[in-house]
Ligand binder design. Structure first.
Ligand code: ACO
Length: 326
């Protein structure tokens, strides 16, 4: 499969920041417990005026600006989410309207939980190849706060809200090397949208074991498929679920930790938004330069996993418009 170049990325975080300290006034927990077990120090929760869709629209708008690509040049829109405001129309269809994107392009949502953004990137690559189109807009956006049971301290401290978006163009000189998979399990689950509010439940230990086994395997499998070694990769962009999981994976891979960009301390686990939020933050900070090679790895409910490689293209790096709520 042809590769994709990352032309621009951006993130949007809600305006309400909740520290562990603030959470501990509502939930029987401590800053020390959450930090040492997960690496999380704070997360953002949507206010009444904000939702996964409003954040998605902000992030997408800023990603378009960062890439220098016009809305009318977008050839497909894929949104990854498990917490959209409506079952239908999809988040992607809502973005088409909000951003004035072209009508005659494929526009859809995917749900592969925390692997969702990467499933979305592979979907977008296939859509550009089969339907034509110059650029793809791929968004990951979540409002997980509305799915949290604030009486379950083992899950409610982990998650946050946010959105990230990226603009891609096909790159025939590179391989996407997609590695996607699923092992059907309800180790993490939430009910379908219904009259009773849905709540995230999780077997934390089972997920931990799954992640430390799957992430290193997925990194190696993706490298093998792309005919690359880790030395040839500039950054590993891994889903931010838990800093301890990442530490285990880095050790297992005997990889240089500084290649694994991390921000979980500031955002918590934002599921499908986590990888594009990382990309957006790195873009804003000027950490991504043309020609760099990225290896992205996600894992999550399903249980799902995803790995792929990307090249950084020539967007408008470091635009002032990319400033966020943080
Ligand atoms: N504050 C204080 N104490 C807590 C909290 C909390 N927030 N949560 C649980 N505890 C207590 C438990 O009640 C238990 O107490 P007990 O021994 O008196 O019964 C004790 O801490 C240990 O609980 P465990 O569940 O065994 O804690 P563990 O060390 O496994 O850590 C955690 C829990 C952090 C969830 C861990 O299992 C983990 O990181 N799992 C990976 C899952 C993950 O990161 N998921 C992210 C979402 S899924 C995804 O993104 C793919």
């Amino acid at each position: 499969m042809n590769g994709l170049q990352l032309m621009g990325a951006a993130r949007a975080l809600p305006s309400r920041c909740v520290t562990n300290q603030q959470l501990s006034q509502q939930v029987d927990t401590t800053d020390e417990w959450v930090r040492t077990r997960t690496g999380i120090g704070q997360r953002y929760f949507c206010t009444k005026e904000e939702s996964a869709v409003t954040l998605a629209a902000q992030a997408a708008q800023k990603a378009l600006l960062a890439s220098g690509v016009l809305p009318q040049q977008i050839g497909c829109v894929v949104c990854a989410t498990l917490s959209s405001n409506k079952a239908t129309p999809s988040m992607a269809c809502q973005l088409q309207q909000l951003l004035g994107l072209p009508e005659e392009i494929p526009t859809l949502d995917v749900n592969a939980a925390c692997s969702g953004f990467l499933y979305g990137v592979v979907t977008a690559a296939g859509l550009l190849e089969s339907c034509g189109g110059e650029y793809a807009l791929v968004v990951g956006a979540e409002q997980l706060s509305k799915l949290l049971d604030m009486t379950d301290r083992s899950t409610c401290v982990l998650f946050g809200d946010g959105a990230g978006a990226a603009v891609f163009k096909p790159d025939s000189g590179e391989s996407l090397a997609p590695v996607l998979g699923c092992r059907g399990s309800d180790a993490i689950w939430a009910e379908a949208v219904g009259p009773v509010p849905s709540r995230i439940r999780m077997d934390g230990k089972a997920v931990f074991r799954f992640a430390v086994e799957t992430v290193p395997w997925c990194v190696n499998k993706t490298l093998q498929k792309a005919c690359l070694t880790l030395d040839q990769v500039d950054w590993v962009i891994c889903h931010q679920a838990n800093a301890r999981i990442l530490d285990h994976c880095i050790k297992k891979l005997q990889a240089p930790g500084e290649k694994f960009y991390q921000n979980i301390e500031f955002t918590g686990n934002t599921s499908a938004a986590s990888i594009p939020i990382l990309l957006g933050e790195m873009w804003e900070k000027g950490l991504l330069s043309p020609g760099q090679r990225l290896l992205c790895v996600g894992f999550g409910a399903g249980l799902t996993w995803a790995g792929l490689t990307l090249r950084v293209g020539q967007g408008k790096k470091g635009e002032k418009d990319n400033e966020t709520a943080e």
